[in-house]
Design a protein around this ligand. Structure first.
Ligand code: NAD
Ligand code: LMR
Length: 333
């Protein structure tokens, strides 16, 4: 019996994400919260003959907390998306929405796994952590910044450059760091299957591949031309990540994934800080998922000199974004 909640459920990501969660047979209750249209989306999805019982909630009558009561997992794509010319940092306006939702979670579902999709992830995850800390409801093992779309893109783009696009599902290219531009660090040397040396040693090809993974979000923003950013691919990535968290917590299936987390969530975080040569509090790392969320933080492992240079750039850019999230003061309710 798993209760999932989507906050921002009527949006571009929220609707397909809610559909994919409705199709997950492990989910028995699905609550959809948004400031608009969520009851309609809920009624629509409720006609699908899968186990999840769907309900929609609006802010009226304490709707956020009503939706969240008893939640095991909350997935959050609430907030504005980018338009061409904007950076993710320009979306820091979403910090207020995140703080409000964090407070509602602290009040109504303090034990839930929290999956943050709302941008800028590098800052919104610290915003969640700070609000939860103030309510005594913070468990760093249960808070995740969702960076799965970077991993999905890496597999797709690598398989294409290698000339095996039909093998995209077989590729696993770890992506660590954060979720914007230079903070997105694809570890091409750790790709499985391996990327042929002829491609890795071709500097122009390698640079183009890294750039495409780091700026894949811009590709979608530009193609949508003012109509928003990635929604369908994000919904798939978010539902996949949510399923892995659910499988680990409720079906005993441990997996390793990358996610942007508090490095204090597990002892391995100190080892990562040594590897990255910094005491950054948050980083997207290899996370072993278990019953309580983050079970173990695994090392980044061997990387080559080019990746070390990219790592230094990622660390440099992440620091101020984390600080901005930590320092954010939510408006009084
Ligand atoms: P959207 O505008 O289509 O949908 C956002 C939804 O949030 C809307 O339905 C809106 O009503 C709702 N909302 C606004 N304030 C709310 C509140 N206080 N409580 C609950 N819901 C609220 O946007 P989208 O395309 O779905 O993108 C949502 C967010 O996800 C953006 O910030 C975007 O940048 C981010 N995003 C992140 C990733 C990632 O990889 N982490 C990928 C794509 C998009
Ligand atoms: C993405 O990576 O697609 C998202 O972060 C949305 C964006 O603004 O690019």
């Amino acid at each position: 019996m798993v209760k999932a909640v989507v906050a921002g459920a009527a949006g571009g990501i929220g609707q397909p994400l809610s559909l994919l969660l409705k199709l997950n047979p492990l989910i028995t209750e699905l609550s959809l919260y948004d400031v608009v249209n969520s009851p309609g989306v809920a009624v629509d999805l409720s006609h699908i003959n899968t186990p999840a019982q769907v309900k929609g909630f609006l802010p009226e009558n304490n709707g956020a907390e009503e939706a969240l009561k008893g939640a095991d997992i909350v997935v959050i794509p609430a907030g504005v998306p980018r338009k061409p010319g904007m950076t993710r940092d320009d979306l820091f306006v979403n910090a207020g929405i995140c703080a409000t939702l964090a407070q509602a979670i602290a009040n109504a579902a303090p034990k839930a796994f929290i999956l943050v999709i709302s941008n800028p992830v590098n800052s919104t995850v610290p915003v969640f952590a700070e609000v939860l800390k103030k309510s005594g409801a913070y468990d760093p093992k249960r808070l995740f910044g969702v960076t799965t779309l970077d991993v999905v893109r890496a597999a797709t783009f690598v398989s294409s450059v290698v000339g095996k696009p039909l093998d995209a599902p077989k590729y696993n290219v770890p992506v660590v760091g954060g979720h914007s531009g230079a903070t997105i660090l694809p570890l091409l040397t750790q790709s499985e299957p391996q990327i042929p040396a002829a491609i890795l040693n071709d500097q122009a090809k390698r640079d183009a591949l890294i750039k495409r993974i780091q700026f894949g979000g811009d590709e979608v923003v530009e193609a949508k031309n003012g109509g928003g950013s990635a929604t369908l691919s994000m919904a798939q990535a978010g539902a996949h990540f949510a399923n892995l968290v659910i499988q680990a917590a409720f079906a005993g299936k441990t997996t390793v994934v990358q996610s942007y987390i508090d490095l204090e969530a597990a002892p391995g975080g100190k080892g990562v800080q040594k590897e990255i040569g910094s005491d950054l509090a948050y980083f997207s790392v290899n996370v072993e998922l278990g019953r309580d969320g983050v079970q173990n933080i695994l090392p980044i492992g061997n990387i080559d000199d080019q990746e070390k240079t990219l790592l230094a750039a990622a660390v440099k850019e992440l620091g101020p974004s984390i600080e901005k999230g930590v320092q954010f003061t939510p408006a009084p309710p």
